[in-house]
Design a protein around this ligand. Sequence first.
Ligand SMILES: C[S@@+](CC[C@H](N)C(=O)[O-])C[C@H]1O[C@@H](n2cnc3c(N)ncnc32)[C@H](O)[C@@H]1O
Length: 225
Amino acid sequence: MKKILRKFLPKKLFVIYRFIKKQLRNIPDSEQVYFDANSVYEGHFNVTYRGVRALKCPFDYVMYQMLVLKMKPDLIVEIGADYGGGALYLADLLDLVGKGEVHTIDVEDKVGDLVKSHPRIKLFLNGWQKYELPKNFKNVLIIDDGSHLYEEVLGALKKFSPNASYYIVEDGIVDELGKFKNQSPIKAINEFLSGNSGWEIDREYCDMFGKNATFNVNGYLKKTK
Ligand SMILES: C[S@@+](CC[C@H](N)C(=O)[O-])C[C@H]1O[C@@H](n2cnc3c(N)ncnc32)[C@H](O)[C@@H]1O
């Protein structure tokens, strides 16, 4: 019954239906469970990894470790280092794999010594526009967690996808939540895929915990050729 209602009721009506059902069950306020994309988004600003701010959705941490351990990349390029918590997490995963480097890119240096001293991490501070992919890495994972501006996301996709093995465009959730007017990773993904890109959305990851239960809405991209 719930599945049918979820499928056919508009999202807002389904939320109201769930609310009324809970009220009827008389669950005390303190025992209510309620979270949604908005609350997870607000919470993710508090996440640290080994004490370093690491701005990712909790679901995506789980999927990243699955993907990295499966893919065993030689190189992970992260656009957008911020404090470096994400890069540190990825580098520690590569330690488990036993090989690989993380190139993390930003336009300003907020990264502390713990991250900088990790033997697998190299920091580049001139933005993705001035970073060139080295040719000696075969299996390359690109993660775009930079400005999220439509033009930049599309520009990076066009620049790096020809030499990437897998590509993650982060934070399409900002489109869904209407957070920042000029940011639109989803528009960039749609435009990129509408051409003959040779890439498609990897629904296995996007939908693992529910339809696009990720901050990277339609942002896990795999090669089709
Ligand atoms: C959302 S934060 C990155 C969070 C980080 N990946 C993590 O997991 O904690 C976005 C970062 O992108 C950086 N950024 C903005 N424009 C950029 C560009 N052109 N190239 C690389 N990084 C950029 C910002 O300075 C900011 O630190």
